[in-house]
Design a protein around this ligand. Structure first.
Ligand code: SF4
Length: 484
């Protein structure tokens, strides 16, 4: 999962992109990059990227070189190769005059890379990540033609015929144009906004989430449609076309966990969705006759759902698990040992408030169960009488091939276990998961990717097992192939 933003037609575009990235930081904390183009001289790209948080990568000095009317920014979340600076984006093809940022994961990466080596004469080892692969394929599909809306539409069509997986892509050309497109199943998000300037011209921007554009004063933010290409010239002319649509399958995890609560994804408020997830869970708890004295969220994502649960149950909501905000999300740390250690450092309970009480803990999801086990241990030690764990997400039972880092089913605590067995494993009295019907009701959509919940995926995943084997091998040897 990564954060993307691109803007054209405004002086100081790098500043806008920087502040946009600050609002997309939650989508990736491994590194960031900004690419600009000074359109006074075609092909005059400037690129700065580095490991770490956005505010640590860029300084005042960076903006002296990141000049130009158009800019593209990327914040990286890697599932593999986390510490490899070569994997930071945007990637740039100087020869073609094209920079690219990618959010997603290409399922047939290894197959496509082998094809490029054997049929296109690409040197083995040239393409180290699926995002570089996307840039290479796009450049090949564009050929020697100049980059404009029609040639790009033709190239994106060719790319969509070859590539299987999830991808939202944004690009910056040597002319100062920007364009973006979403995969034919719309798995990863991308939105478009416009802003009027003082002299009456319109500036367009593309970003992963509406919060980044709203923060920068962009209005009328709308989704880039599934399989759609949006092309914006440096003069502010915007053209769009749906290139290919196979299904409408946005990732349900965007609303449940990943996106900022202020954002709208596919025109559905993340806040409203999380609130509804809580209301539906409360309905289920009441139906089962489970009693409780207090509702406690696992910070941060589940707070809105926990408020909804407390309201619907008529019992107090209390923030009794305190987060050290300077520890990164446990979910995106490299290995099991680091995750357990990070949980210990990350959360601390207000112990005396748990003593003798029946507690409802609300979490956004239960992946490996490490966080839940640690929390339950702390709460039990503090004297809780009864602990019920609520998950706003249904049980995760299958791998994600589209860029979320729970790749192996056997790592998932819900895999092959009943609710009673999961409760026993986690040390709680009851565990209650959202149902898939409840999830769809909350997100007001019947068209979602639910691959990790059902094992049925929107794309062909026949390359998935190879992908898993290769990725595991890469993880173990800490080489570069990476997802974003
Ligand atoms: S498999 Fe799950 S996590 Fe992955 S894209 Fe689909 S819904 Fe999202």
């Amino acid at each position: 999962m990564c954060g993307l933003i691109a803007i054209t037609g405004t002086p100081g575009s790098a500043y806008d992109v920087f502040f946009g990235l600050m609002n997309l930081q939650h989508r990736g904390q491994d590194g960031a990059g900004i690419l600009t183009i000074d359109t006074k001289k075609v092909g005059n790209f400037h690129l700065t990227k580095g490991s770490g948080l956005v505010e640590n990568v860029f300084s005042e000095r960076s903006f002296k070189t990141l000049t130009g009317q158009a800019a593209l920014g990327h914040s990286r979340y890697a599932t593999v190769g986390r510490n490899d600076p070569n994997m930071l984006q945007p990637f740039l093809d100087y020869k073609k005059g094209l920079g690219l940022g990618h959010n997603g994961n290409i399922v047939n990466f290894y197959k496509l890379r082998d094809e490029l080596v054997s049929t296109e004469g690409v040197a083995a080892g040239w393409v180290e990540s699926d995002s570089e692969l996307m840039l290479k394929i796009l450049s090949i599909e564009l050929g020697e033609t100049p980059i404009n809306f029609e040639t790009t539409a033709h190239a994106v069509k060719g790319l969509m015929e070859r590539v299987v997986g999830s991808y939202s892509i944004i690009c910056l050309t040597g002319e100062g144009d920007i364009f973006g497109f979403r995969d034919p199943d719309g798995i990863r998000p991308l939105c478009l906004g416009k802003r009027e300037t003082a002299d009456g011209t319109t500036v367009y921007a593309l970003a992963s989430e509406s919060i980044a554009l709203n923060f920068l004063g962009f209005k009328d933010v709308e989704e880039v449609e599934t399989g759609e290409l949006v092309y914006i010239s440096k003069d502010g002319e915007m053209k769009r076309r749906i290139i290919r649509q196979d299904s409408i399958s946005p990732c349900m995890f965007e609303w449940v966990y990943f996106a900022r609560v202020e954002s709208e994804i596919d025109s559905r408020s993340v806040y409203d969705s999380r609130f509804k997830l809580g209301q539906i869970l409360a309905r289920d708890i009441k139906a089962r006759g489970i009693q409780a004295d207090v509702v406690v969220p696992v910070p941060e994502t589940s707070r809105v759902s926990a408020i909804a649960v407390a309201e619907a149950m008529g019992i107090p909501f209390r923030e009794l698990l305190i987060k050290n905000r300077y520890v990164n999300r446990t979910f995106i740390l490299d290995d099991q040992e680091s995750r357990i250690e990070a949980i210990r450092r990350k959360l601390y309970p207000i112990s005396h408030e748990f003593d003798g009480k029946r507690i409802l803990i609300v979490d956004d999801s239960i992946v490996r169960g490490n966080t839940s086990k640690q929390i339950v241990k702390l709460i039990r030690q503090a004297g809780a009488k009864e602990v019920t764990l609520l998950s706003t997400c249904p049980p995760l039972v299958s791998p994600c091939y589209y860029g979320i880092d729970f790749p192996s089913a056997k790592e998932l605590v819900a895999y092959g276990r009943s609710s009673e067995e999961i409760a026993e494993e986690l040390g709680v009295d009851h565990v209650i998961f959202q149902t898939i019907e409840g999830l769809k009701e909350s997100l007001e959509s019947q068209s979602l990717c639910t691959g990790c919940l059902t094992g049925t995926y929107p794309t062909d995943i026949s390359s998935g097992l190879d992908f898993e084997a290769m990725r595991t091998r890469d993880r173990e040897s800490v080489v570069k192939k990476s997802s974003c």
